[in-house]
Design a protein around this ligand. Structure first.
Ligand SMILES: Cc1cc2nc3c(=O)[nH]c(=O)nc-3n(C[C@H](O)[C@H](O)[C@H](O)COP(=O)(O)OP(=O)(O)OC[C@H]3O[C@@H](n4cnc5c(N)ncnc54)[C@H](O)[C@@H]3O)c2cc1C
Length: 491
């Protein structure tokens, strides 16, 4: 008899786990409460414009390729495209830096901006490279809550020779300031912790692995839009006979004698299983188990405000696929976001124009824009009334940077506030990456992948180990399935 797995949630993590399990011979059912699979990695198609509503940048594409290869999924039509150059940064004083990603160009940028020719920059990158190597051998291989296998233990012991990595301990922004002199490059570095919804002024220096990742492995787009990744997984799941039910809200996880038995849907239907994996926010699982909430939770990572804009006219050719328009006072922005829990009075704005790379995402002579600013994650806060203010503040910064969006050119406009994210995906306060990585504990000790009280219950996705962001979520599906194989095959 095939073992039965229910995956609650069709986010990238849930779908990746379903793919691994069905490819290993399990009978798999996916239950998703929203009307469309993909979770935060989703799509909006309207009047000839196609928008990715969540992720817009892929790092570590090999993590995706590896999964497809391990599961025997052909990826002929899935094309990862490295964007070169990746991002243009626009500063409030008019300076523009098109951040280079080739060694000679980086060296000449450093010659121009750093008095010591960039020695501090290379020192930071060298530390980050070692940290990344170390993570690959340890952190990406197993959850710290599980006993390591002998292979993992050996890898850990071998890696200890790198300690102490002097520059890896301490505060992120202060470490950057110690090594980098140019205010422009400091500011660019200080943006990376926001990739995991965190403040550079509160994060540990270990997050330097993020700029290193971009430097060493590049930033990628998928032709046709990033949702093509979800479509490829969905196609493979359907081919293999996985039942994927949307509009299927799981209201409780059924356990008896501390062993999971199945789930109950809002419709009252009960679906039985040997193993259940929850892909929603793991810190919310107690509500499905009828248990009291955990005592005190760490700070949530940031949410965002996103405007999806379909333009009838194209933006000038000097606007890149990824542009960052910085605010005048980055530090104040994070005080507003994390201390006052307010939307920044002057937000840094991220503009993603997929149609600059991929004309299939917009009608002829149109443009597809994803405009985003960070926002605080506050549970239950109502945002709808604030939309005109959010738009006005974000447009002011874009305009100062030289990018003008003319109202009469707008053919499609869709707004996503933290309230919208919270409601649609069940993310507390609309927080995008689970907890903020503001301490070593929250950066490295995420929610365990395996429930300690209920046998057969697992957690997968960005709120668990190793963390948020698409490649980490795919890695979490691998780690969870390794655990399921280890603990559930004989029971
Ligand atoms: C605006 C935005 C920009 C982003 N940018 C990037 C980026 O550029 N690069 C990057 O790598 N990452 C980015 N991310 C993060 C990335 O999208 C996420 O880390 C990843 O997609 C999360 O996947 P997940 O599997 O954890 O689950 P989620 O996407 O959170 O999916 C969980 C699913 O579970 C469902 N669910 C929850 N509870 C239940 C229930 N009780 N019953 C049934 N279903 C349930 C939810 O509806 C949801 O569909 C971005 C995210 C957002 C929102």
């Amino acid at each position: 008899m095939k073992k039965r797995l229910i995956v609650v949630g069709a986010g990238l993590g849930g779908l990746s786990l379903a793919l691994r399990a069905v490819s290993a011979g399990w009978q798999v059912t996916v239950l998703e409460r929203s009307h469309q699979a993909g979770g935060k990695m989703n799509i909006l198609a309207q009047d000839g414009y196609r928008f990715d509503t969540g992720p817009s940048l892929i790092t570590l594409p090999h993590v995706f390729r590896q999964m497809f290869e391990e599961c025997g999924v052909g990826t002929g039509s899935l094309r990862f495209r490295r964007l070169q150059p990746l991002t243009q940064y626009r500063f409030p004083d008019g300076e523009r830096i098109t951040y280079p990603d080739k060694l000679p160009a980086i060296a000449s940028m450093l010659e121009r901006l750093e008095p010591d020719g960039g020695r501090g920059y290379w020192r930071l990158m060298a530390t980050a490279a070692k940290l990344f190597e170390l993570s690959q051998r340890t952190f990406f291989q197993s959850s710290p809550f599980e006993l390591p296998t002998s292979r993992q233990l050996q890898a850990l012991v071998r890696s200890l020779r790198w300690f102490p990595l002097r520059n890896a301990w301490g505060n992120y922004s202060r470490t950057v300031e110690r090594h980098i002199h140019s205010s422009y490059i400091r500011q660019i570095f200080n943006r990376y912790p926001t990739f995991v919804g965190s403040s550079p002024y509160r994060s540990p220096a270990t997050l330097l692995v993020i700029p290193y990742l971009e430097f060493a492995h590049g930033g990628w787009y998928v032709d046709g839009g990033l949702y093509r990744i979800i479509e490829t997984i969905l196609g493979a799941l359907r081919e293999r006979g996985v039942m994927i039910a949307t509009n299927a809200d799981v209201v409780s996880i059924i356990e008896r004698n501390r062993r999971v038995r199945g789930v109950c849907l809002a419709s009252g239907d009960v679906v039985e299983a040997d193993v259940v994996a929850f892909n929603g926010d793991a810190t919310r699982a107690h509500t499905l188990l009828g248990m009291p909430p955990p005592p005190r939770l760490p700070e949530r990572s940031m949410s965002g405000v996103v405007f999806l804009i379909g333009l009838r006219r194209q933006l000038p050719a000097d606007v890149f696929h990824h542009t960052i328009a910085f605010s005048t006072d980055y530090r104040r922005e994070f005080v507003e976001l994390f201390d006052r829990m307010e939307f920044p009075s002057e937000p840094t704005v991220y503009l993603n124009v997929t149609s600059k790379t991929d004309s299939t995402t917009a009608p002829p002579s149109g443009e597809t824009l994803f405009v985003m600013a960070n926002a605080p994650a506050v549970e239950g806060r109502q945002w709808e009334h604030a939309i005109p203010m959010l738009w006005e503040r974000m447009m002011r910064v874009l305009e100062r940077s030289g990018i003008h969006i003319v109202e009469s050119d707008i053919a499609v406009r869709s707004v996503w506030t933290p309230e919208h994210f919270e409601r649609t995906y069940g993310m507390p306060g609309g927080s995008i990456y689970g907890f903020a990585s503001h301490s070593y504990r929250t950066a490295f000790l995420r929610h365990p992948l395996r429930d300690r009280n209920v046998r057969g219950l697992y957690y997968v996705g960005g709120s668990t180990h190793p963390g948020g962001g698409t490649p980490m979520v795919v890695l979490s599906s691998k780690l969870v399935f390794d655990l399921i194989k280890r603990h559930e095959m004989d029971s």
